[in-house]
Design a protein around this ligand. Structure first.
Ligand code: TYM
Length: 330
């Protein structure tokens, strides 16, 4: 059985980058891979690698769950659950820490970036986080893991850990493949288009939140940084701003960049941005409407309960195999 597994951390509010790099892929793959079981979760244990406000965390966990469905995941087709409700994630996370080397963790780019920004009070879990992420994936024998570019290195580590464990203890884990979208694996900031679009940025104009006021979202596209040239041409090195907008356009319309470039030959940045602003508006509007409906419904808890049961069943069986392989317990 093929299985897709992926998750999103409930820190900050999800951005258009999360949508294009991850959420939209989950929905596309749900339709494109009819023979693949789909497991998506809210990675709340990952959120506490940095300090979180209790009330906000609770609220965001539910919001991400609602958002998955609002973006088009079919609760009949997908197992949707909250990571911390399936205890085996933490246990296998520890076993992955006992499979990984500290040097591997210290080499992770995301850890190095975060450590640079946060000089004091760095939690141990910020370093060991990729071990928990490996556990999230290996627990379910995932064959495919859709992620944005920034998570690829963690996926490589997951593959190394799976292989290492299998070599040490005998065949136990499926070695997963990362799946990154052809266009939009790394959506950039609208104000500094060489950097990733990131919800933790201090400038709210640099990102579009899926929950942004729709007119504010349009204005962010209109005021996105572009170069002084006026050609609508994809050239990430010399024209990162317009290239990023072309990527967003292509990802949201499922069209090729070349096709869009052709459409705008001789046009202006202003006209192009206005069209893109409308595309963003049309993408976010139905998601926001559905989101508000689901958040209020009882259905959400039923979906999460069912998801927890199904995920727990698989996770428990996997852990009992892992214990046997290692020689833990009686
Ligand atoms: P997180 O919550 O930071 O991001 C969720 C997903 O969104 C993608 N993403 C982007 N894609 C394109 N452009 C961007 N600007 C952009 N920003 C974020 C991320 O690559 C990710 O796919 N560690 C993960 C959550 C996680 C996970 C897992 C994912 C925990 N366990 C197991 C897959 C499998 C994270 O922090 O993602």
């Amino acid at each position: 059985m093929k299985r897709l597994v992926s998750g999103i951390k409930p820190t900050g509010e999800p951005t258009l980058g999360n949508y294009i790099g991850a959420l939209r892929q989950f929905v596309n793959l749900q339709n494109e891979l009819p023979d693949t079981e789909i497991f998506v979760f809210i990675a709340d244990l990952h959120a506490i690698t940095t300090p979180q406000d209790k009330q906000k965390l609770k609220k965001r966990i539910r919001e991400i769950a609602a958002l998955y469905i609002a973006c088009g995941l079919d609760p009949e087709r997908v197992t949707l659950f909250i990571q911390s409700e399936v205890m085996e994630h933490a246990v296998l996370g520890y076993i992955m820490e006992s499979t990984a080397y500290i040097g591997e963790m210290e080499r992770m780019t995301q850890y190095k970036d975060k450590k640079r920004k946060q000089t004091e009070g760095i939690r141990t879990s910020l370093l060991t986080y990729p071990a928990l992420m490996a556990a999230d994936i290996l627990l379910y024998d995932a064959t495919v893991v859709p992620v944005g570019e920034d998570q690829r290195q963690h996926l490589e580590l997951t593959r190394d850990l799976a292989n290492r464990f299998n070599n040490m203890y005998g065949e136990t884990f499926v070695v997963p493949e990362a799946y990154t979208p052809k266009v939009g694996a790394r959506i950039k900031s609208l104000t500094e288009p060489t950097k990733k679009m990131d919800k933790s940025s201090e400038n709210p104009k640099s990102y579009i939140l899926l929950q942004d006021d729709l007119n504010a979202a349009k204005n962010k596209i209109r005021s996105a940084v572009t170069d002084s040239d006026s050609k609508i041409k994809f050239d990430e090195k010399n024209k990162p701003g317009i290239s990023n907008l072309l990527m967003i356009y292509a990802a949201l319309t499922d069209r090729s960049i070349k096709d869009i470039e052709d459409q705008y030959i001789g046009s202006t940045y202003q006209a192009f941005k206005e069209d893109l602003a409308n595309i963003v508006y049309d993408t976010l509007k139905p998601i926001q409407e559905k989101f508000n409906e689901i958040l209020k419904s009882k259905e959400l808890d039923e979906i999460l309960d069912k998801g927890r049961e199904k995920a727990s069943y698989i996770a428990r069986r996997k852990m009992s195999k892992v214990y046997k392989r290692i020689g833990l317990g009686r």
